[in-house]
Design a protein around this ligand. Sequence first.
Ligand code: TGC
Ligand code: FAD
Length: 444
Amino acid sequence: MVSREGNVQHQHHKTQCVIILCFFVGEQVKYLTCSCGVFSKFLPNFRIEGTTVPMSSFLNPYPDFAQLESLLSNEQKQTQLTVRSFVQNEIEPKIVKAYRSEEFPVGLLAQMGAMGLLGANLSGYGLPGMDTVSYGLLMKELERCDSGIRSAASVQGALVMFPIHAFGTEEQKNYWLPRLFSAQSIGCFGLSESEGGSDPGAMKTTVKDKGDHYELNGSKMWITNGNLAEVGVIWAKTELGIRGFLVPLNLEGINVIKMQNKLSLRASITSELVFDRVKLPKSALLPKTEGLKSALQCLNQARFGISWGAIGAAEACFVEALHFAKNRILFKKSLTSFQLVQRKFALMATQITQAQLLVFRLSQIKEQQNLQPAQVSMAKQVCVEMALNVARTCRDILGANGIMDEYKTMRHMANLETVYTYEGTNDIHLLILGQELTGISAFN
Ligand code: TGC
Ligand code: FAD
């Protein structure tokens, strides 16, 4: 185990033993020195007394060139450590099996609920009101394991609990929020339909007022958590415009069909929801929803979490590829000795750092409740595109090994293709930003 002050050898140097001093204050590594450069403190994969130290032994073994770690409060660090350790102990050992079998790990949402991780940034109704940076770190740690795991949590929190919190009656909030927080109930969010998810305003699903009840008809496609869910936040056209409804998914006339054979986000459940003359109680309406903009307000919450999360996926790929490259001997040298390879790592570290800085600053703005949709779009677009490019580059560095699922990089790469598309495609976010900058909508 790591002592409070220990000698550490850098693993990959063949000819010299490099001594690094670690000073621990509480659970944090405060300072490391090393003869091969100060930035070694940012990199993973150290060896102590001849054995590789689990990365979890260091508070921050991931690239942190902007030293954002030093800006975190003790509470934020504690959140990060707690979630990281939960992910490493409880989710990492199960993720490859879940991905292969296209199943969400059984009982995982219940575990997350027991830990208070779902909708944790919301307040009141027994919810913890976690600060924005802590929430971002939570999303990042989940997606460091798998985008599908982060998806399950962000749908429950940002797309089910948030709309109930923002648009529901007191009765709906008091009933649903504690149940969803603890994962006693699971929810899903139905906005997209088969004919063009980018243009949700063109939805065909309708709700008609039948006097003593509503009637719901139509279908929703690509719905995360659909087959796990007890309740759906479903968006439909009414005589008064688009509105959100809380729909129990066991009602007569509802068919929930699992979408199988995905080549991406396989550890996440994706479903089609079909509604055929479903009789809804009047209490199903989320009364404060007002048109498409209410649905888009929910997306702002989820897109913000995705921006943080995607960085976690990028960091995981970076760490794996760097570890691999250090130990890969080609042409009698470590792969990391070649200039082309160093260029790849240098660019990736820079791009990861830029993304980390952006989400950190936007989190401060969000904490002050000033975050604008166009800022969220910038973050979702740039963080996900960066993560996808990093994952592709890391897959390349891993060579043939990179196509095997014992390495996580290609799983992340495949997942990020979904993340690039959902919650507003990459191009949709560029167009939202374009509209903000030019004042001209390129949509219509
Ligand atoms: P448009 O006329 O521009 O806007 C309609 C009304 O909404 C307002 N608005 C927003 N309000 C809050 N937040 C935003 N981000 C907003 N964007 C627009 C707007 O001001 C207007 O208000 P008002 O008062 O005038 O009525 O609407 P449009 O039909 O032209 O469409 C605009 C567009 C293309 C940007 C939008 O529809 C869009 O974002 N499309 C992408 C759809 C999308 O992201 N779907 C995601 C589905 S959920 C999902 O993918 C979950 S994945 C699972 C996981 O998260 O893990
Ligand atoms: P389309 O809208 O058909 O877009 C196809 C292409 O056209 C894209 O490249 C797009 O960028 C481009 N394009 C579209 N409009 C324009 C334009 N104006 N100018 C230029 N190019 C344009 N939805 C939910 O409601 N709830 C969920 O829980 C959910 N989970 C999902 C889980 C997974 C695994 C996936 C893959 C999707 C999920 N979605 C969910 C749906 C997701 O939000 C949509 O896939 C997404 O919004 C894009 O819609 P689409 O797939 O129909 O693509």
